[in-house]
Design a protein around this ligand. Sequence first.
Ligand code: TEU
Ligand code: CA
Length: 561
Amino acid sequence: MGNFKHRIVYQIWPRSFKDSNGDGIGDLQGIIGKLDYIKSLGADTLWLSPIYATGNKDYGYDIDDYYKINPEFGSMEDFDELLHKSKNMGIDIVMDLVANHTSDQHFWFQEALKSKDSPYRNYYIFKQGKRNKRGELLPPNNWLSAFGGSAWQKDPNSDEFYLTLFTPNQCDLNWENEKVRKGIYEIMRFWLDKGILGFRMDVINTIAKKEGLPPAGKGKKLDFPFEHIVSLPKSHEYVKEMHEKVLSHYEDVFTVGEGMVTSLEDLNAYTRPEEKKLQMMFQFDVHLIGCGPLGKFDFRKGYRWTPKELKDLIIHWQTGVEKGGGWLGNFLSNHDQPRQVSRFGHDGAFRRKSAKSLALLNFTLRGTPFLYQGEEIGMTNCHLDEEDWRDFEAINDYRVLQEMMHLPKPLARKVIQKMTRDHARTPMQWSEEKNAGFTTGTPWIKVNPNYSYINVDKEIKRENSILAFYKKLIEIRKNAEALNIGSFIPVDTENKKVLSYLRQEGEETYLTVINLSGSLAEANLMDVSAYNFKPVLCTYDALPFMPSMKLQPYEGRLYKV
Ligand code: TEU
Ligand code: CA
């Protein structure tokens, strides 16, 4: 299991996984109670979204104290119990490391606010505001926050502003300050020494900011400063230092970097083993398909995309990362994304079929597979009215879409409904009991009413369920070196609907064929017809391989020589 390329990662967003004490909020004892379930899937690694003390302005990604457990989730004893029990079952824990920012309640920031001379002032990014002709104090530059609005907050006690690239309560750390770096490394050692396996590193490629903080884009209107914050050479240096000072001192430590838009070159430069930085990284190109250049709420392309576009993106990243010697973490959904069947497949009549094909895709691509709570039962997006929104991003961008982009309310609402992160955060659907068996109390967020027929209990009892498909697939992947580390070789690349590829290692060859479209399609596999393929796992019937095969909507097949 030791190798990071062989791991199967299950992501939990603890607030919505399982509530054990009836307060409507998921917690650590809830997770402990479901370890058997996670084990039964075949996962060996558990990534927990942040469980530290937080003010919940960004539901855990705004950390007040990195050494304390969020009391809503339990205590440090609960955590130790979780760590111990999961380890005994062969499951390792990966924690979220949020090192780009702390919350404004963190001790460092509270001290920094006290005065301009505070020894903690330089832990953050404070800068003198600018005065306009009328003498009004304005933010130091035009940087836009990732969640809309200016990225600067006024210091109540001076003419300075501090940088917050996400919510106004998440204060960007100044990584140039060696004390900040040391402070973060100490946090990492604390958790690694406790026995966790490693970290998923939040927006790790934005920790360095361009010197002098120059204006973004054309410099006039608010603009997101991609060019001044994403993957600057200094970010690479810091990650390298982190590896040298911390990670390299532990055996078998797991690291996956998360960040904003990266290029192939950049991802490879973070993840090539000889760079000694990270083991793998996520990319978001696939998730932003159909969005405009401003990101997920930029609806100007209408969220329209073709199966061919999706296919080309996948092939681009697969072949480019292999060539460049890097490594990907593969995922189709997480706590920031809509549910995958709703986004890439079909959440109506073909829900089951498309859920299985998307699983087949995620688990046979080259890279370490991550699966997000609920995808294994085909959970879908939920109809969410304004009063159901919990996420700052949705609430704030709803306003921004109307005020800055002049969208009429109904369209703004539609855009939010399409992409809000709340879809991923509706509670895990365990059973057909009240509140999907998530809580006996009042859930903190709406439960998707479709829990009456989409839930774990039902899936367990059902033949040919999505859940059973995941289990088989994971079992197959675990025992197939070609699927873990093999080469990715696309075939039938011109096909407009069907994605087909070989995974090859030594004598072992697998072939994946997936119809990414909701209509009938035909795969042309003449090029690989010399192989003696046998069906291994299919989403419809296990049909024999043929050089030309008709595929049903969202049909997927896995063959093996
Ligand atoms: O997200 C980082 C990130 O790149 C976001 O801008 C992402 O694009 C956004 O969620 C899209 O809606 C990470 C965490 O995963 C996210 O939950 C946090 O809110 C964010 O960092 C700040 O810590
Ligand atoms: Ca609880």
